[in-house]
Design a binder for this molecule. Structure first.
Ligand code: SAM
Length: 188
C-alpha cells in the first residue's frame, strides 16, 4: 500500500480506501493528471462508477491515457466542466469526493482552483454524500492564490454543523514552506 504519512494526497488515498467499497459511485472533483481518478477506479471496480471533473482539456486527455494504460477507462466518466456544476452530472448518492486543490502538476500554473467555485463544489458534494461518506480536500497554499483559497475554505469548513458533519484538518506540523494539508469531512 501507499506510504500514507508522506504527504496530504497519500493520506487522502488511505482514508478513502477505508470508506469506499466496490460498486460505489464516487467523484474526483479535480481530475488533473488522473492519479486520484485511477485510485478511485481501482477502489470501486467494474461495478462502480467514478465521475471526474476538470476545466482543462489537457487533464481529460492525460487522465484518459492513464486509465487506458491500466485498462480501466470503463466505469469512469471524464467531464470537461467545473466541479461547481457537479449537480448537473451526478444524480445519485456518492460515498466519497476527492478534491486536490491548486494547479495541474507539469501544466499551466496560472489555472488554479478558485475559492468561490471550490466552496460551491464542496457544498454540492456535501449534499450528494451519503451517510458515513467522506470528502477529502488536499489544500495547497504555497502559491499566492492558494493562500487566499486556504483561508476561505477553512472559514467555510469551520461553519459546518457539528451535528451533521465531522470536520478534520490533518497537518504535517514539522514541515517547512507551507506544506499541503488535508481536510476531511465525514457526513454523520
Ligand atoms: N488530482 C490531480 C492528479 O492526480 O493529478 C491533480 C489535481 S491539480 C492539483 C488541480 C486541478 O484542478 C487542475 O487540473 C485544474 O485544472 C483543476 N481545476 C481548476 N478549477 C477547477 C474547477 N472549477 N473544476 C474542476 N477542476 C478544476
Amino acid at each position: 500500500g501507499a506510504k500514507y504519512l508522506t504527504k496530504a494526497t497519500n493520506l487522502a488515498k488511505h482514508i478513502i480506501s477505508a470508506v469506499v467499497q466496490e460498486g460505489d459511485t464516487v467523484i474526483d472533483a479535480t481530475m488533473g493528471n488522473g492519479n486520484d481518478t485511477l485510485y478511485l477506479r481501482k477502489m470501486v471496480g467494474n461495478t462502480g462508477k467514478v465521475i471526474a471533473f476538470d476545466i482543462q482539456e489537457k487533464a481529460i486527455e492525460n487522465t484518459k491515457k492513464l486509465l487506458q494504460s491500466f485498462h480501466m477507462a470503463d466505469a469512469v466518466e471524464l467531464i470537461h466542466d467545473g466541479h461547481e456544476n457537479m449537480d448537473l452530472y451526478v444524480f445519485q448518492e456518492v460515498s466519497a469526493v476527492m478534491f486536490n486543490l491548486g494547479y495541474l502538476p507539469k501544466g499551466d500554473h496560472h489555472i488554479v482552483t478558485k475559492p468561490d467555485t471550490t466552496i460551491i463544489a464542496i457544498e454540492k458534494a456535501l449534499s450528494l454524500l451519503k451517510r458515513n461518506g467522506i470528502i477529502t480536500i488536499a489544500v495547497y497554499h504555497g502559491h499566492e492564490e492558494g493562500m487566499i483559497e486556504k483561508d476561505q475554505v477553512l472559514a467555510y469548513a469551520t461553519t459546518l454543523d457539528q451535528n451533521q458533519f465531522h470536520v478534520l484538518r490533518l497537518d504535517f506540523i514539522n514541515q517547512k514552506n507551507n506544506p499541503p494539508f488535508l481536510l476531511v469531512i465525514e457526513k454523520k
